[in-house]
Design a protein around this ligand. Structure first.
Ligand code: BES
Ligand code: MN
Ligand code: ZN
Length: 495
């Protein structure tokens, strides 16, 4: 589908074979609308009441130019809210889907919700979600709706440029989310660390994102033994991919975003059960979200200094695999007794969290499918948040409010750090108890993040569902970065 804004508000009916109009329960429609009489007639004839989930298709058979109307029930005008809005939009899509229009004048962006950007973003998001199919591996492809053009109607002339800008912004964000979803959904026999690197290299070819990477040899020479211990039993090599984007020379310290990129997690010697093990191809969702985020930042040309890091590896078994009981020396020199090789995410992340100190980060956010416990605690719609900095976590929570994605903070409870004490090493990689798994995992990471402000987002519950990858928490992070820039700008003006 293509999304445009209608320029000619007077003549607009001529190019569209179909007009979608929202009707509230009181049936009032604007008199200046073309075919006003026909619409009123049909409403009366079919006793159309405007209730949510109802619709009426009016075929205009009298004129030379074929032009139909679809009335969508919007309920009581006073009672419309964001949830109802989404319902109405979904209904409109289901109707469009069944009919054969190519040019559609879409006026539902004018329903009475204040935030125009929110409306445009959510309409396009719903349409994109409903037309997203990962069918690269299907011989018979499903219908793609590529030729349908949705033309938004501005409420006033002034709105034309605003909506135009918002369509562009929404499309970039949703493209970033799509890129993320596609790579997450790609099977693990194809999507390994090198594949991700090549994809990124290709995508950022003529772009202001600088790509570099640390290979196995480099990691070894630096002493990233925790990271390497995870990949020891794999044929595929590990890779740390760095994406640098700096569009603000005044921002000396970079924001650092890190994503867990385990392209398959069988658990290692602490082998997972086979039920749903195939879901562990999604264990690179954190890294994929960083890819999407950097893509969006660069397309929106945000005035910001960011480094994205994709921590890619594979957790497999062979005769060389790390064993439960092994002790390794991390990059920070802290020693770790590996109790469970399935707690591998924290092992790759701890070395990256130490490595990035040299960039003097403004703050650090890591995104990881880290613990199954997060799904138990928060379900599959809420991301987990743990942080050593109240301001940072509060800002992330605030940014989630309008993003359509949810986040909830769990305490980084200091007392639980003790559970990770080991008798023979400095710490161990997990506790004996299965309580508070999300918190103890973050406690492990917190041993390595003392030098900077840090937030950890556990996406184990939200990164995928039965329909595949979701692209979470990209929109939270993008909204967060946009608000961060706005605030910075405001403060600069004050001085
Ligand atoms: N990748 C998993 C976490 C996960 C589980 C993500 C389910 C998505 C869905 C992680 O590496 C893991 O295995 N964590 C263990 C930690 C435990 C061994 C301390 C877990 O959650 O069971
Ligand atoms: Mn694991
Ligand atoms: Zn994992």
């Amino acid at each position: 589908m293509k999304y445009k804004i209608q320029k000619n508000t007077k003549n607009y009916f001529q190019n569209n074979e179909c007009v979608i109009i929202g009707i509230y329960e009181n049936k009032k429609i604007k008199k200046n609308i073309l075919k006003y009489n026909l619409i009123i007639q049909e409403i009366e004839k079919y006793n159309f009441n405007g209730k949510i989930n109802t619709f009426l298709i009016i075929k205009d058979i009298n004129t030379k130019i074929k032009q139909d109307y679809i009335l969508i029930g919007c309920g009581k005008k006073k009672k419309i809210n964001k949830n109802k809005f989404k319902k109405i939009i979904k209904k409109s899509f289901n109707i469009i889907k069944q009919l054969n229009y190519q040019n559609i004048l879409y006026t539902l962006n004018n329903l009475n919700i204040k935030n125009i950007y929110w409306k445009i973003f959510n309409i396009i998001k719903i349409f994109k979600n409903k037309t997203y199919f990962f069918q690269k591996f299907k011989k018979k492809k499903l219908k793609q709706y590529k030729n349908i053009q949705i033309n938004f109607l501005p409420n006033k002339k002034k709105e034309y440029f605003t909506i135009k800008k918002y369509i562009k912004k929404s499309l970039y964000i949703l493209k970033g989310i799509k890129i993320c979803k596609n790579i997450c959904n790609t099977p693990p026999n194809i999507c390994n660390s090198l594949y991700i690197y090549k994809k990124i290299k290709n995508k950022f070819k003529n772009c202001d994102v600088k790509i570099s990477c640390l290979d196995k040899k480099k990691m070894f020479s630096l002493g990233m033994n925790a990271y390497l211990s995870v990949n020891k039993g794999s044929y595929n090599k590990p890779l740390i991919i760095k994406l640098k984007y700096n569009n603000n020379k005044n921002m000396l310290k970079p924001i650092i975003l890190i994503g867990k990129g385990i392209t398959f997690d069988c658990g290692g010697i602490s082998l997972k059960t086979s039920q749903n093990m195939h879901h562990m191809k999604y264990d690179m969702s954190g890294a994929a979200s960083i890819y999407g985020i950097i893509y969006i930042i660069s397309k929106l040309k945000l005035k910001i200094n960011v480094i994205g890091i994709l921590a890619c590896a594979e957790n497999m078994i062979n005769g060389n695999s790390t064993k439960p009981g092994d002790i390794i020396t991390t990059l920070s020199k802290k020693t770790v007794e590996i109790i469970n090789t399935d707690a591998e995410g924290r092992l790759i992340l701890c070395d990256v969290l130490s490595y990035i100190k040299k960039f003097h980060p403004k703050f650090v956010i890591d995104i990881a499918t880290l613990t199954g416990s997060c799904l138990i605690a928060l379900g599959n719609k809420i991301n987990g948040l743990l942080s050593n900095n109240k301001k940072l976590s509060n800002k992330l929570i605030k940014s989630s409010h309008n993003s359509g994605e949810y986040i909830h903070q769990l305490p980084l409870f200091k007392k639980y750090k003790k559970y990770l004490k080991s008798n023979i090493a400095d710490i161990k990689n997990c506790t004996n108890k299965s309580y508070a798994g999300t918190i103890t995992a973050a406690c492990f990471l917190s041993y390595f993040t003392k030098k900077y402000k840090w937030a950890h987002i556990d996406i184990a519950g939200t990164a995928y569902n039965t329909n595949g990858a979701t692209g979470q928490p990209i929109n939270i992070i993008i909204q967060f970065l946009i608000e961060y820039i706005k605030k910075k700008k405001k403060n600069e003006k004050k001085i």
